[in-house]
Write a protein that binds this ligand. Structure first.
Ligand code: AKG
Length: 256
């Protein structure tokens, strides 16, 4: 369960390594499942897909939508609709963490696959999770990021600035920060690379500055990132709520 030492580390540094919280068999099943979704063998109508850029530039990413069978997707969202991913999201350890840090009833803003395909990938600039672009009426959430492959410096692991969550939200609009802020707050020597074994998870504070680079290796860097938030959170765009993961009205794997 979520220990007081882990909580203290997360509060101080804005992140904590949780280790592997699933079995090797569960990991293999998630790896196979995400590939099957990319290859169009399992289809969820309306699921969000984004193909990776060919240039590695964030600005070159184009729209969303399924673009045919390929392992070159950068991002897939709405994975709470898949029973294997949903069951993983509902692990007791995540129940414990979200109860301690967020509340009793928990929804998810996004259940997202993030990929750096072999010899590809797109630079994701330093940013924080939150701000006006997220269009939420409150910001009470945490991210749990899980490696589905070995995640290394060579294949574009996540890089963070420990303690930067204490700066608060740097841009009202959010997500990315200005070049001046990056020069001021994101010095290479202050950063750490979250290298991970497949199956390992990190708990991240939503305001911790983080980025990731491209993949210079032949090993893909697949990962699954879930933002858990208070289930009363509403979209400021349409007033709607979000899929419930824990508590009243929680989704049930296989019945989604
Ligand atoms: O996986 C990555 O490269 C970055 C993920 C990220 O920004 C997030 O999970 O909030």
């Amino acid at each position: 369960m979520f220990s007081s030492a882990e909580r203290a580390a997360w509060e101080k540094d804005g992140y904590v390594r949780l280790g592997q919280v699933m079995t090797d068999a569960e990991l293999a099943a998630l790896q196979q499942r995400i590939d099957a979704i990319m290859m169009g063998e399992i289809v969820y109508e309306g699921m969000f897909f984004q193909i990776d850029s060919t240039t590695g530039n964030y600005g070159d990413l184009t729209g969303s939508g399924y673009a045919g069978p390929t392992l070159n997707y950068r991002k897939i969202q709405d994975l709470e609709r898949d029973p294997l991913f949903l069951a993983y999201m509902q692990k007791p350890i995540f129940r414990d963490i979200t109860r301690a840090l967020v509340g009793e009833n928990i929804s998810c803003f996004r259940a997202m696959f993030m990929n750096k395909p072999a010899h590809r990938g797109t630079v994701l600039p330093y940013h924080q999770d939150g701000g006006g672009q997220w269009e939420l009426d409150r910001e009470k959430f945490v991210t749990i990021w899980t490696a589905l492959d070995p995640s290394t410096l060579a294949n574009g692991c996540v890089q963070i600035i420990p303690g930067s969550h204490t700066l608060g939200l740097l841009s009202e609009r959010g997500h990315t920060i200005t070049p001046e802020q990056e020069a001021q707050y994101c010095k290479e020597e202050d950063s750490i690379y979250l290298e991970a074994k497949p199956g390992e998870s990190f708990l991240l504070h939503n305001y911790v500055l983080h980025r990731s680079g491209v993949n210079t290796s032949s090993q893909s860097r697949r990962a699954f990132s879930v933002v858990y938030m208070d289930a009363t959170t509403r979209s400021t765009r349409n007033g709607g709520g979000f899929p419930v993961i824990f508590g009243d009205g929680a989704l049930i794997p296989g019945r989604v």
